[in-house]
Design a protein. Structure first.
Length: 365
């Protein structure tokens, strides 16, 4: 009788339902798909899945449940499974798609996708997913809300400028746009105040955030965005993984003597982090000698300013991770050159400083 080594359940989540596939791996590396279950993406469907798992799996044999990060539709089910004590792994869509290509599957349906995730769980050593702490999830909601409102504000300002610059400006349209602009500005201030109040209610988190903001160029808004998007770096094991998660990993395509593709960052990561790091990088380039030299060296080598900016972004992000893990403040003695003059101000004033610089943010878009 073949000895069972591992079990896996792959789940493909959609808005209203999900497909689950159960499979096994034996000591001769044989993979066997045993059963499938379709359920609604709701509490009743979660309980139905739990009964399916209890009935299908063998006790005392490792089991992993693999899910694809499909927006927010997988989150409630992932949290439910973690609360029930199951080992869950949430993989990024690009990684799941790359693995599916190795299976040579011609037709991709929800059933085939769940089957592919099952095989992936049986063949790969996947990192386990941890349920996010509520405070980090709330921070992420606030920072993303602010980012969205800021986009609306920028769009409104551009429309207002176009209307005012036209040959026949419409006063009524301009008045409505001015009202929209004031409303968005008020909402941004409200969200920023909510962030400050949240940190006040979490003294330990506030102290760790304040240590990050001792980095030249890094303000409160940048720090909370990075911490919220990474769930307090709970799933980040090393700097390389952080760089990849943020989309700063370098992609290079060369083959023989004829193929010489341009080297660039993948952009296949968290865009919210990359956007948050843009303004700190510009500030660091302007005011710190070491980052300024790094920027000049890369621009002199490639002739592309954005490559220099991205290199500084990546460097600052890794520094944020290091200070968070060590719970240390920035030590200027580790840098060659002068430090940015940062007066000790309140968190709310730091947010006001960030807002005053956001006109430069159009460079990132």
């Amino acid at each position: 009788m073949k000895r069972l080594l591992k079990q896996a359940i792959g789940i493909d989540c959609a808005k209203d339902n999900f497909e689950a596939t159960y499979g096994r791996c034996y000591e001769n590396s044989e993979v066997e798909i045993r059963a499938r279950q379709a359920s609604g993406n709701n509490p009743q469907g979660f309980e139905k899945l739990d009964r399916f798992i209890q009935k299908a799996v063998e006790k005392d044999v490792p089991l992993i449940i693999v899910m694809e990060a499909t927006g927010v539709y997988h989150e409630k089910l992932a949290c439910y499974l973690c609360d029930e004590g199951y080992k869950v792994s949430v993989v990024l869509p690009q990684r799941a798609n790359a693995f599916m290509k190795t299976l040579k599957t011609k037709t991709v349906t929800d059933k085939e996708a769940s089957k592919g995730l099952t095989i992936m769980g049986l063949e790969k050593n996947l990192d386990l997913w941890q349920k996010p702490e509520e405070v980090f999830n709330v921070i992420k909601q606030f920072t993303r809300e602010r980012e969205q409102i800021q986009n609306f504000l920028t769009q409104t300002k551009n429309q207002l400028h176009a209307e005012q610059s036209g040959a026949w400006p419409n006063k009524k349209s301009i008045n409505r746009m001015l009202k929209l602009q004031k409303m968005y500005e008020k909402q941004i201030k409200e969200v920023e105040q909510d962030i400050v109040e949240l940190l006040k209610s979490n003294p330990d988190l506030k102290k760790r955030i304040e240590k990050i903001t001792t980095i030249p160029g890094v303000g409160l808004l940048t720090a909370v965005t990075v911490v919220g998007e990474t769930n307090g770096f709970n799933l980040i094991r090393n700097k390389k993984q952080l760089v990849s998660y943020s989309g700063y990993d370098v992609v290079e395509k060369t083959s023989g003597t004829s193929v010489r593709g341009k080297t660039h960052i993948s952009h296949k990561g968290n865009r919210h982090i990359r956007r948050a790091m843009h303004m700190p990088a510009l500030a660091a380039i302007r005011h710190t000698d070491q980052n300024k030299e790094l920027f000049k060296r890369l621009v002199g080598k490639h002739g592309i300013k954005m490559k220099g900016v991205v290199a500084v972004q990546r460097k600052l992000l890794v520094l944020i991770y290091t200070l968070w893990k060590k719970e240390e403040e920035y030590d200027n003695s580790k840098y060659i050159g002068k430090k940015i003059e940062q007066p000790q101000e309140t968190a709310l004033n730091e947010l006001d400083q960030v807002r005053s610089l956001e006109s430069v943010d159009s460079m990132q878009r």
